[in-house]
Design a protein around this ligand. Structure first.
Ligand code: 0A1
Ligand code: ZN
Length: 893
């Protein structure tokens, strides 16, 4: 009977994990199908006998029938497990008492409560999907969100089943001196066969996706934090030994995050220990496992010589994000995966507010909105468009999207805008009061916000169920006789590719629109007319009286709602707002809008073979920003930067990457020529700062310096090339070095190859820096970039098993609009080849890469056909994994 069991279980292990065998279903999971579980779990004991090829996992789960259900049948999820035995209340089951099926096991005729014990074997070293238990740089590590726990043991692997865990780990003492899991270490002892054992207990009930285990040869950078209630928390950052000197920034970031959450939300940490582990192979940024976060090493390790200012900022933000999840995600979690934005939208909003408080709120807002427009807006207008709370999925891993995260955060921000900081805090307090230690829905969050403030948020439901980016069209009218100025606002949804859930019968959404009026003569704010208007219907007119002259309106200040603003404005009005708006976001946005108009005109000019001319209006405005000493350097850097090609492309009926690139390059060069002396002087001033410092002022100055250097580099004169090369050679920090290297990478000069060679040699042993080396070449605007990228895929340091490396070469290349969309289709072929190369080993990563084809309908017919053909080639690949299958099917639909 035992051998039969083993044979049967082995047959459930398909040779290609996640691939679609004939029997496996590709039926989507539907939000409307939610059912509470048949059983709850009171506690679980897990034993791990760690071994690279054959780890034995023993699970004892105490289950109790859900009083609301009467079934004695229990479905446990399980994937890629070699079942050894299953017993109920100590009695081994006969084959007739359970059924093994694809994706799990069904137990029949269970009593009302019992203990189920399963023993399974898993193989960490061959697990390249980085989901479940795997090895990274020789260490053991787990990733369970969303559905990785079922690759470790048979379980009710769903977030509404929360339980307490006791975890015993045994492993070889030599290779695994360190063995970690969630909660508190309660015992540790040596065994007699060269192995040792540790037991961890997590007192907080948690869903299985928050389970974690790490074991291997790691070193610890330690710190402490004292909570407001005077409890001492041990902080531990675990890394590979060679990285032990790169942890201080992560530690300080954690301490700042803990303090901020106490100050702003009154939320304290709840265990005596908080651990962070940095690993090299990770599909995402980081994971908030209870008390034991696992991080992509990119978001932990930093020294000035190896990490840029942006890296430092991202590390602080990701550490904060994962820490904030302890309350928004862990203590209160999601009932089902459709509710993902409940924890992610809210936690992104919280980390954005944190970074705004640590740095500059205006600059942070501009950076976030730029990211939203470049990523989420594109997603929201293509085949993957979905509501922040999706209606269906084939692979949940495909829904960790910009929409769920970033648009989700914008929806939370609107509650904050409407309620103010205090009202929002009242809503949060009530949310925790009602739902601590439970698994809830987006509706529960919305209800807490409404009830705590006695307001009605019923219409906000539409933000959760409708896909697509609303357009807000604003027109103005001035009645000189009455002294009245009126703004008419109308909202609508542009059509989306057919069949997308969340696009039928879309209704108007509530939009808080922050508005201000400026005196057209003096440029001063007309105070009594500033504030937020609520557009709740399709169209409304707002009238502002008591005026003596037509004002200039500033609309959607701070980007108070996630919409595309359509407002006809003259170039003069935009230039006026660029100079005078008291709202920094709109001041910046006016410049971007003006630049977009002019660059799109220029792109049309390129296409028609016209001779291009730099607009005098824009040149004047640029000059004013350049010499404005009232703004900080980071803001100035942003205001001087032209919109990205990918953002400009969105505004074209048919994206023309070549003329856009030419037009934008023309503008960069002409601006550099026009302001050569001012730019040179500014560069000299900023470059005279002396040795590296990492205070905010120095960071802002480096940011501006590198924007200025980019303009000067566009001159492509021998002097400008040496300026860039000198910065590269003399830089005492990675920010300046990488900035110079990226600029050189675009050029056709000997200094380019010299710099690339020197950089490689110097940082050869540091994978995170070598990622940068791959990426700067992949995003180069040079005509031979595709050839270079192909070459680099054969470089000894390129590896398909390491997601950071794949993203730094292939992922970065897909962001290179002008070269990825090269007219001969070579870029498309390259991507498709790589997707097929990695899809069976790492479906999640392959699915993310293939999404670069999602915008294909936005291009000309030739490119459309080329991309479509690559998509079809992928779709027809035998045994294609379901993650890629889902993306490709939606695209081809
Ligand atoms: N919850 C994490 C993101 C995350 C999601 C899935 C993962 O594996 C497939 C890993 C991490 C966060 O929001 O930070
Ligand atoms: Zn998150």
């Amino acid at each position: 009977a035992i051998s039969a069991q083993i044979q049967r279980s082995q047959s459930t292990q398909s040779p290609e994990p996640n691939s679609l065998t004939a029997t496996q279903s590709i039926q989507p999971v539907l939000r409307s199908d939610y059912q509470p579980p048949a059983y709850w779990i009171d506690n679980v004991e897990l034993d791990f006998d760690l071994d690279p090829r054959e780890t034995l996992v023993t699970a004892r789960i105490s289950v109790r029938r859900n009083a609301q259900q009467s079934s004695s049948t229990l479905d446990l999820a399980g994937e890629n497990l070699k079942l050894q035995s299953v017993a109920v209340d100590g009695k081994r089951l006969e084959q007739t008492q359970y059924q093994l099926r694809d994706g799990g096991m069904t137990l029949l005729d269970l009593p009302e409560s019992c203990v189920i014990e399963t023993k399974v074997l898993v193989s960490p070293v061959t697990n390249k999907s980085l989901s479940g238990l795997y090895q990274t740089s020789g260490n053991f590590c787990t990733q369970c969100e969303a559905v990785g726990f079922r690759r470790i043991t048979y379980f009710l692997d769903r977030p509404d089943v929360m339980t307490t865990y006791r975890v015993t780990i045994r492993a070889d003492k030599q290779t695994c001196p360190v063995m970690l899991s969630n909660g508190n270490r309660i015992s540790q002892r040596d065994l007699d066969d060269g192995r040792h054992e540790v037991v961890w207990e997590d007192p907080f009930p948690k869903p299985s996706y928050l389970f974690a285990l790490v074991a291997g040869n790691l070193k610890c950078h330690r710190g402490t934090f004292t909570t407001r209630d005077c409890r001492n928390v041990a902080l531990e950052i675990w890394v590979e030994p060679q990285n032990i000197d790169k942890c201080e920034h992560a530690l300080v970031s954690l301490q700042k995050s803990m303090k901020w959450d106490e100050d702003v939300f009154g939320l304290q940490y709840d265990l005596d220990i908080y651990m962070i582990v940095a690993v090299n192979d990770f599909n995402m940024g980081a994971m908030e496992n209870k008390g034991l976060n696992v991080f992509n090493s990119k978001y932990v390790l930093a020294l000035p010589d190896t990490a840029t200012d942006e890296d430092y900022m991202l590390i602080e933000a990701v550490i904060a994000h994962e820490y904030f999840h302890n309350w928004t995600g862990n203590r209160v979690t999601c009932r089902d995966w459709f509710q993902l934005t409940l924890k992610e939208g809210l936690t992104v909003f919280r980390d954005q507010q944190f970074t705004a408080d640590q740095t500059s709120a205006a600059v942070k807002r501009i950076d976030d909105v730029s990211g939203l427009r470049a990523g989420q807006f594109v997603e929201d207008s293509g085949p993957m468009a979905h509501p922040i709370r999706p209606e269906s999925y084939i692979s949940m891993d495909n829904f960790y999207t910009a929409t769920v995260y970033r648009k989700g955060a914008e929806i939370i921000r609107m509650y904050h805008t409407i309620l103010g900081a205090e009202g929002f805090r009242r809503g949060m307090d009530l949310y925790f009061q009602r739902h601590d230690n439970s698994a809830v829905t987006c509706d529960d969050f919305r209800a807490a916000m409404a009830d705590a403030n006695n307001v009605n948020f019923d219409l906000f439901d539409r933000w959760y169920s409708q896909a697509g980016t609303p357009e807000l069209t604003v027109s103005e009218a001035w009645d000189a006789a009455k002294g009245e100025y009126a703004l008419t606002m109308t909202q609508s949804y542009p059509p989306l590719p057919g069949g997308n859930p969340g696009t039928e019968g879309r209704k108007p959404v509530p939009l808080p629109v922050r508005v201000g009026l400026l005196d057209a003569e003096s440029g001063e704010e007309i105070e009594q007319h500033g504030g937020v208007v609520m557009l709740q219907t399709e169209s409304e007119t707002y009238t502002f009286g008591g005026l003596t002259a037509k004002p200039i309106a500033s609309v959607l200040r701070g980007f108070s709602a996630p919409v595309r603003l359509r407002m006809q404005r003259s170039n003069q009005d935009l230039a006026f707002l660029m100079a005078h708006d008291t709202d920094s976001f709109n001041r910046w946005d006016a410049g971007q809008t003006l630049a977009t108009k002019l660059l799109l005109d220029a792109a049309t000019g390129v296409k028609n073979g016209e001779k291009l001319k730099l607009s005098q209006e824009f040149s004047d405005a640029f000059g004013r920003v350049l010499s404005d000493d009232s703004v900080d350097e980071a803001f100035k850097a942003l205001a001087l930067t032209l919109p990205r090609e990918s953002v400009l492309g969105q505004e074209m009926d048919v994206i023309d990457p070549d003329s856009l690139h030419t037009a934008r390059q023309f503008y960069r060069t002409r601006l550099a020529e026009t302001f050569q002396s001012e730019l040179t002087a500014l560069y000299k001033n900023l470059a005279a700062d002396g040795a590296y410092k990492n205070d905010q002022k120095s960071i802002n100055r480096r940011r501006l310096k590198n924007v200025v250097l980019a303009y000067l580099s566009a001159l492509e004169t021998p002097e400008s090339v040496s300026l860039v090369a000198d910065q590269f050679n003399q830089a005492d920090n990675m920010t300046d070095k990488q900035a110079a290297l990226s600029l050189l990478a675009n050029l056709d000069v000997p200094a380019r190859d010299e710099a690339l060679t020197a950089f490689y040699k110097k940082y050869q042993s540091d994978p995170l820096v070598i990622d940068k080396w791959f990426a700067v070449q992949a995003v180069s605007s040079r005509a031979d970039t595709i050839e270079q990228v192909k070459q680099l895929t054969t470089h000894p340091d390129f590896s398909v098993d390491n997601p950071n490396r794949v993203r730094s070469l292939i992922g970065a290349f897909t962001q290179n609009q002008v070269r990825f969309h090269q007219a001969d289709g070579a870029g498309y072929k390259l991507l498709a080849d790589y997707v097929l190369k990695i899809e069976s080993a790492n479906p999640q990563l392959a699915a993310r890469l293939v999404a670069a084809f999602n915008s294909y309908r936005r291009f000309d017919e030739t490119r459309q056909t080329q991309m479509q053909n690559e998509l079809k080639r992928i779709a027809e690949h035998p045994g294609l994994c379901k993650d890629v299958h889902e993306i490709v099917q939606r695209a081809l639909h």
